[in-house]
Design a protein around this ligand. Structure first.
Ligand code: ATP
Length: 247
């Protein structure tokens, strides 16, 4: 369904992604794990159309979407939840959701009820300005906004980043429910303990290339390798977030 072949991303002389391959079948969930600067977000941005890769191909449902701008990628059914959420701060929760649906050429639909069922907190705050919401609430909104495009593939870039353990639980419960609905996903994480229960395939990324991959069970047999590539000196714990806690 989504195939990435020999992907390369460069920023001037910096080679952030150096020949990365990913293949995800319908309903599959692949986790990309790696330390800061490994090239995970650059990979997601290149797939989602936020930046043009300098090499390689991205194939979606058999079509070559390499270098296609983000709005056209989204229209094809590939929704990116970017690192840092990027909700429209001056709009309300409801307006952010509506805007996303309109961008996909839809009016407000029953999808909004599904989003509010998934995230009751968003329903309570539907009239609130997005900029005034906590980091966790904005992450919920970013995921909800992606769901409003009725995607067939969800690209989630570090959904746990900067969230308190309680918020991480809430957000990952929702992602688990989305996965149970059969959604195909590519999930970037630094916390293997969060990603492994969701994924059927996981890749460890270092310096823009995959250095180890397999099922989570296969990778878990070698925790030292995971720790080395994630830049940690101990096995990750489920209650630990990867970066600073803000809310
Ligand atoms: P993190 O988890 O910290 O976001 P990452 O694995 O997502 O890390 P990227 O953000 O893709 O990694 O960065 C990969 C490399 O590319 C890093 O060396 C980073 O400094 C560099 N890089 C990323 N964005 C830019 C940019 N806009 N201009 C120049 N270099 C960049």
């Amino acid at each position: 369904m989504l195939t990435v072949e020999s992907l390369e991303v460069t920023y001037g002389s910096i080679r952030a992604v150096a020949g990365l391959d990913i293949a995800i079948g319908k309903g599959g969930v692949t986790a990309l794990l790696g330390a800061n600067g490994a090239g995970k977000s650059s990979t997601m941005s290149a797939i989602g159309g936020l930046l043009r890769p300098s090499g390689g191909r991205v194939l979606f449902d058999g079509a070559d979407i390499t270098g296609m701008p983000a709005h056209r990628v989204a229209r094809r059914g590939l929704a990116l939840v970017p690192e840092g959420r990027m909700v429209v701060g001056c709009l309300t929760v409801q307006e952010n959701l509506d805007l996303s649906a309109y961008a996909r050429g839809r009016r407000r639909t029953a999808l909004v009820d599904e989003v509010y069922d998934l995230f009751p907190r968003l329903a309570e705050r539907r009239a609130q300005t997005a900029a005034l919401m906590s980091g966790g609430e904005q992450q919920m909104l970013a995921i909800g906004r992606a769901l409003m495009t009725a995607p067939s593939v969800l690209l989630l870039d570090e959904p746990s980043m900067g969230l308190s353990p309680a918020m991480v639980d809430t957000v990952f419960s929702a992602i688990t429910a989305i996965r149970a609905s059969g959604m195909t996903m590519l999930l970037v994480e630094q916390n293997a303990a969060l990603a492994f229960p969701l994924a059927d395939h996981a890749c460890l990324v270092q310096r823009g290339a995959i250095v180890a991959e397999g099922t989570p069970e296969e990778l878990e047999r070698d925790p030292a390798t995971i720790a080395r590539h994630l830049g940690i000196d101990e096995e990750p714990r489920p209650d630990r977030t990867s970066k600073g806690v803000t809310a």
